[in-house]
Design a protein around this ligand. Structure first.
Ligand SMILES: NC(=O)C1=CN([C@@H]2O[C@H](COP(=O)(O)OP(=O)(O)OC[C@H]3O[C@@H](n4cnc5c(N)ncnc54)[C@H](O)[C@@H]3O)[C@@H](O)[C@H]2O)C=CC1
Ligand code: BAL
Length: 497
């Protein structure tokens, strides 16, 4: 993707119209209450649009329509090949409108246009295509039962699914969830984060254009308590897939327990270690990975490398190189393609991140914050400090020094979370022993990343619960297993078991 100039992006931004109403049963409509809320450009504080503030009555309507769509089979019982074709048409429409969607995403979230163009949009398109292409290549199973029986183990779409999304990757998290959910044949109720409702609404419009039948994809903007909780507690929603904070994830378990025991998948926070051992090779490359892992998306990333655990022998040399790389991450107007760190998503989140800059850690780099923007910051911290323990979710890297491999692994695991980790070493045995020993859903060796659409993503402990996003494993979230047992014998049964 060739990037445009700052002026060209500003011109696109000025020409955009914003989708502002809920999308239910194939059409846009205001919230039943008529209420709206402001969605704000965090880089400027400007109100971009007033968006429908949905509530319980909108959730009830959307679920009823989604249920009708699911039960009459207009989508759920189509041959998988036909669902695939519609989803590929959607992916192509997203591609055709990628520039506009990237600008919309950047305006609504404060993410840099650089990232929206080079990561969020291409990965969103790839994810939709990957799950669409998968769906007509999955086979069910026949169990090794006796000659007198045949036992089919089949997967069926789970039904009506609530998808509750975060603000840090509004489109990409939507794709991680609707890709497999729609491919499997489910009907979905999407709740975008209240900070970033615009691209999900625009995508709904494109889905309609692609030929997705009414009722199959519904998008309800609104707050957590007013839309998220009614989704979590709804008696006719079969499953919920949530990405966001651990605190809200716990609520979804409570909602499910206190309603219909819907299936729940939670993808939550992280305090992810980047472990660098004395024998790491090519420190310059290691430093580039760590800077990218810590500061990409302004650190607002559940898999951000937010703890650098470095063996003492290599610490000074590594930090020197990290400083050099971090200086190549300019902060500023998200629509200027030279900038790599944009605005934090909201004033409330900015204030939260700033609270971690004000406490007694030693500042190695940065530390300045102004009007929604935070500089890439590196802090040398004590092990029991808030910066070492909490998910800051900003461009803040906490440095901890260790003596040995064993101490590094123990410190990497000294967290309630277990989402992602990276390990840098030139020794293959330490790489594999370390990767096995670190409790995290994804461990990258001599690199930072989350894998791509082909690999399952999710965490352990306070980072994750239930299924996985991405990869074939994501399909499991949106399907359930049924056994169909057929007796082939002609004679009467001797005993029934
Ligand atoms: N795992 C991840 O990717 C994310 C982690 N976070 C973490 O969470 C912290 C707080 O960010 P928030 O935006 O407040 O996260 P959050 O967990 O409150 O929001 C995520 C989604 O849950 C919904 N929600 C909020 N309260 C709810 C409730 N009571 N019932 C049902 N749904 C509810 C929100 O409207 C949003 O759609 C961040 O600072 C960060 O540490 C935030 C976003 C994404
Ligand atoms: N990094 C993708 C998942 C998340 O941050 O929510």
């Amino acid at each position: 993707m060739t990037l445009l100039t700052h002026d060209e992006y500003k011109a696109i931004a000025a020409s955009l119209t914003f989708p502002t109403t809920a999308f239910i049963d194939g059409r846009f409509r205001p919230a039943i209450s008529g209420r709206t809320f402001d969605t704000v450009n965090p880089a400027t504080g400007e109100v971009l649009a007033q968006v429908a503030a949905c509530g319980t009555e909108d959730v009830d309507l959307a679920v009823a329509k989604a249920r009708d769509a699911f039960e009459d089979g207009r989508w759920s019982r189509l041959p998988p090949r036909e669902r695939k074709e519609t989803l590929i048409r959607l992916a192509k429409l997203v591609k055709r409108n990628a520039r506009e969607l990237a600008v919309l995403e950047s305006l609504d979230s404060g993410k840099t246009i650089h990232d929206c163009e080079t990561v969020d949009l291409p990965e969103t398109i790839h994810c939709l295509i990957w799950h669409a292409e998968l769906i007509d290549k999955l086979y069910d199973h026949v169990a090794p039962a006796s000659d007198d029986h045949i036992a089919l183990i089949v997967r069926e779409p789970v039904g009506v699914v609530g998808l509750v999304l975060p603000w840090n990757f509004p489109l990409l998290m939507l794709a991680w969830k609707i890709g497999p959910a729609l491919a499997a044949g489910c009907s979905v109720i999407v709740k975008p984060a209240e900070e970033t409702p615009l691209t999900a609404l625009r995508l709904a419009e494109l889905a309609h254009e692609a030929g997705l039948p009414p009722g199959v994809l519904n998008v309800l903007p609104g707050t957590g308590p007013e839309v998220g909780e009614p989704i979590g507690r709804h008696m006719d929603i079969d499953a919920v897939s949530f990405t966001g904070s651990t605190e809200t994830g716990r609520r979804f378990l409570r909602y499910a327990a206190e309603s219909n025991l819907k299936e729940v998948t939670l993808e939550m926070g992280g305090k992810n270690p980047a472990v660098v051992l004395d024998d790491a090779e090519n420190l310059d490359r290691v430093a580039a990975h760590i800077v990218n892992g810590a500061f990409w998306n302004a650190g607002q990333n559940c898999s951000a490398s937010s703890r650098l655990i470095v063996q003492k022998g290599v610490k000074d040399a590594l930090l020197q190189r990290i400083l050099a790389h971090a200086r190549e991450w300019p902060v500023g107007d998200p629509l200027d393609p030279v900038n790599r760190v944009g605005a934090l998503v909201s004033k409330a989140h900015f204030d939260k991140v700033c609270s971690y800059l004000e406490t007694g850690a030693k500042v190695i780099l940065g530390g300045r914050a102004e009007k929604g923007f935070v500089e890439p910051t590196i802090l040398e911290v004590a092990r029991d400090s808030r910066q070492a323990r909490d998910e800051i979710f900003g461009p803040v890297l906490s440095v901890l020094a260790v003596e040995s491999f064993d101490e590094a692994i123990a410190l990497a695991n000294a967290t309630e979370y277990g989402l992602a980790a990276s390990l840098f070493t030139g020794n293959v045995k330490r790489a594999l022993r370390g990767a096995r020993a670190i409790r995290a859903g994804t461990v990258t060796v001599n690199s930072y990343g989350e894998g791509d659409a082909t690999t399952p993503f999710g965490g352990f402990r306070a980072s994750g619960f239930g299924g996985r996003d991405k990869g074939r494993e994501a399909h499991d979230q949106y399907t359930r297993i049924k056994t169909i047992w057929v007796d082939l014998a002609d004679d009467a049964p001797e005993a029934v078991d």
